[in-house]
Design a binder for this molecule. Structure first.
Ligand code: 5GP
Ligand code: ZN
Length: 114
């Protein structure tokens, strides 16, 4: 297994504020929130980013979106709305090289958040 920071969070070596978890996906609060609700949705399988998806592993995206929907309900933003973002590479400012989605909400958002 990779020693990347999200793999260590998934493995329990680094504590996180978990909102939802199942066999395939973990959802936890971002350590540096950009909105009142700011969650990180990660597949438990280490995949670097969207560029590394292929026909074999792309099903993790559906798993992540189902977990996102559940986490949105748990954190109370299902009705008010939320945004899901995945940064890929340098220009997008990806800082953790383990595929993840940001779920942000709890405030009306302009175009610039994340
Ligand atoms: P990226 O910039 O790669 O799209 O997003 C990485 C996100 O992970 C950042 O928003 C950052 O605040 C968050 N993050 C980095 N390290 C940790 C950590 O140890 N715990 C938690 N909960 N979030 C982290
Ligand atoms: Zn990883």
């Amino acid at each position: 297994m990779s020693g990347c920071i999200f793999c260590r969070i998934i493995g329990g070596d680094i504590p996180s504020d978990t909102i939802y978890e199942n066999e395939k996906v973990k959802v936890f609060k971002d350590i540096s929130p950009a909105a009142p609700v700011h969650l990180i949705i990660v597949p438990k399988e280490h995949i670097d980013d969207i560029n590394s998806l292929d026909a074999e592993n792309a099903n993790v995206i559906g798993d992540c979106m189902l977990a996102a929907k559940k986490a949105a309900a748990i954190t109370g933003v299902s009705e008010s709305g939320y945004r899901i973002i995945s940064n890929v590479g340098e220009d997008a400012g990806q800082s953790v090289r383990h595929l993840h989605f940001h779920l942000v909400g709890g405030v009306p958002m302009g175009e610039k958040i994340l």
